[in-house]
Design a protein around this ligand. Sequence first.
Ligand SMILES: Cc1ncc(COP(=O)(O)O)c(C=O)c1O
Length: 396
Amino acid sequence: MFETLEALSPDAILGLTAAFRDDPRAQKIDLGVGVYRDEQGNTPILKTVTEAEKRRFATETTKTYIGPPGTPGFNALVRKLMFGGNHAVLKDKRVAGVQTPGGCGALRMGAELIKRARPDATIWVSDPTWANHVPLLGSAGIKIETYPYYDKQTRGLNTEAMLAALAKVPSGDLVLFHGCCHNPSGVDPQRADWQEIAKICSERGLTPYIDLAYQGLGDSLDDDAMGLRIMADACPELLVASSYSKNFGLYRERVGALQIVTKTSAEVSKVQSQIDSVVRTSYSMPPAHGAALVEIILGDEALNVAWVKELDEMRERINGLRDVLAERLAAATGQDFSFIQKQRGMFSFLGISPEQVTRLQKECGIYMVGSSRINVAGINNANLEYFLESCARVLK
Ligand SMILES: Cc1ncc(COP(=O)(O)O)c(C=O)c1O
């Protein structure tokens, strides 16, 4: 039977990781894959996660099934984190939701639900967007289109073109937004932009689908949820796919959530039954362990405070590196890199040509995605000078 299949080329980013691993050069630098790295180049287990694991092992009494939606405690706590404790959608009990295997699981389950509710709808995604968005959402059988987002000239948001394009999206379609820390560009809408976007979505009857994979890694937990909260104020219906891979460092545990805001509280049980069924007919139930850790941390005042501190440290390291890179890259190459300082999250485009990306990899062992997307957190004091020297050599 398998003779009918053709071999596929490896996923671009995962392929880059493998190429980096096999590179024997000692000075090589991995700026490809999107995981946080500390000053030592490690992706550490958070101290609060280790403490939560101890508590979990001490109190866990069963490994029985947890059911398609995951635990009510986890869903309630992540809703509070994304919407803020006092948001009207929570007070009005207008949210259905499920715990999912990572943000990817949430994005895909959301797409499957959309397929059931509005099979002919199109999901509009930003140009560019995270490389896995189109395959993940499109595999549910949904049509995908793009709207302009990144301006290559200003290295910022192409506000005018984006708003003009959104104003033409057919009523009833969905629009995917990155809640914060846009992947791959690092360019986020500002408050006024979100208000404009929300106005267009509510006036045209577009449903926002928000991917919140980096909450807390841009400016703060609340600031990074600003866009999503503005959208939830303005639009009667909304989907949020969140990931706890990055902000809790729980990548391989696969923790995420899909939360769905409905027009009225009366609709919640119907929508919950549908999303439960979507889950039941795909992976049946989410993994329990990682989500249990998030539930323990968010549900305990002292652990919560300690986690926010750990998250602040990760964010401050990234934003500190952004300041250093903007200044030192300009000095090394004579070119303007001030945009790196203004952008947020783990990623920025260096804005160099594909040939320069290839030369950096081949000649210097510096690995980044072909679009010149770098993971800022891959830089540290030990590799900074070599990175600058290499950029000076290739870019000058
Ligand atoms: C924009 C974006 N959304 C969603 C995800 C999914 O994250 P995960 O499934 O690992 O939780 C990622 C991961 O890199 C991402 O960058």
